[in-house]
Design a protein around this ligand. Structure first.
Ligand SMILES: CC(C)(COP(=O)(O)O)[C@@H](O)C(=O)NCCC(=O)NCCSC(=O)CCC(=O)O
Ligand SMILES: Nc1ncnc2c1ncn2[C@@H]1O[C@H](COP(=O)(O)O)[C@@H](OP(=O)(O)O)[C@H]1O
Ligand SMILES: [Mg+2]
Length: 244
């Protein structure tokens, strides 16, 4: 590749990274949901530029894990006593699981949280990692690490929406993507909570209507995401009350 072309490509990458940063910061929820009375977990949504495209790094959970073995998820886990906030938890877990040094992550924002089947408040923390990062998966927790284009979460080649009832009885749709990594000739299924975070991230970054249905108002992403979350949170509380 000629030097001028390389320079133009690098410039393009910088611009799109810059724009992604700006769009993501606009949707930062910071500590808005931090005081909700639920046990907490965090995930890191690691953005990386590969071949000029914004990509996401994901993990395949080890088969011997008690919870969600063999499922695709982001690096992350439950909050520990010494974590000062959700960002700390996400960075500590990413170091433990894929060997990502916290100082090599440019944290951009926290997005609207989700609630998992154990009723943890799960906060997605978005950060850029260096393009050259090579993961060292911890085999106790992670059996594989892969990188895929963020754009796949708005323009997938293989997508299904599955009806889903949350643990609190809240009825919703669950995204289910199958991504084939041609270089490694391996397919990965990204669904549930992980797909929910990836789709929202892609919507924030690309601000484009996806090729499938989403229940967000694209002109009011933040307020629609927050009200969707608050409905889910209310249903969790209702369920707790009815179990008393
Ligand atoms: C919630 C967790 C971040 C906690 O981390 P830990 O390592 O302590 O287990 C993590 O379990 C997680 O990311 N879970 C979701 C994994 C996922 O998306 N699986 C695919 C579909 S199942 C689903 O989405 C139901 C929701 C759930 O609670 O898992
Ligand atoms: N068989 C196993 N071997 C190693 N770690 C395990 C494990 N089963 C669970 N864990 C880890 O122990 C923590 C608590 O798991 P559980 O939810 O099953 O109680 C989680 O870590 P993180 O929260 O640090 O990611 C989980 O990944
Ligand atoms: Mg974990």
């Amino acid at each position: 590749m000629a030097a001028a072309e390389r320079e133009a490509e690098a410039k393009g990458r910088e611009c799109s990274k810059e724009e992604a940063r700006r769009r993501l910061r606009e949707l930062d929820v910071a500590d808005k949901f931090s005081r909700l009375p639920l046990p907490k977990a965090s995930v890191l949504l690691p953005l990386v530029v590969r071949a000029g495209r914004l990509c996401l790094l994901l993990t395949l959970r080890a088969p011997q894990l008690r919870r969600s073995p063999g499922e695709v998820c982001f690096p992350g886990g439950k909050s520990e006593e010494n974590d000062k906030d959700e960002i700390d938890t996400a960075l500590r877990e990413a170091k433990e699981e894929v060997g990502l040094p916290p100082e090599k992550v440019e944290v951009i924002c926290r997005l609207v949280p989700g609630i998992d089947k154990m009723n943890h408040l799960v906060t997605p923390v978005v950060g850029f990692i260096e393009d050259t990062f090579q993961a060292t998966p911890n085999p106790d927790e992670v059996s594989d690490v892969f990188v895929m284009p963020l754009e796949y979460f708005i323009r997938p080649l293989n997508y299904m929406a599955l009806p889903y009832k949350t643990s609190s009885g809240y009825l919703t749709w669950m995204h289910c993507f199958t991504y084939h990594d041609h270089e490694r000739n391996k397919s990965f299924k990204i669904w549930g909570l992980t797909a929910h975070f990836a789709v929202f991230l892609a919507l924030v970054v690309f601000r484009t209507k996806p090729t499938f249905e989403v229940d967000y108002d694209l002109d009011n992403l933040i307020s629609s995401a927050e009200s969707k979350f608050m409905n889910l949170y209310a249903s969790v509380n209702e369920k707790k009350k009815s179990n008393l």
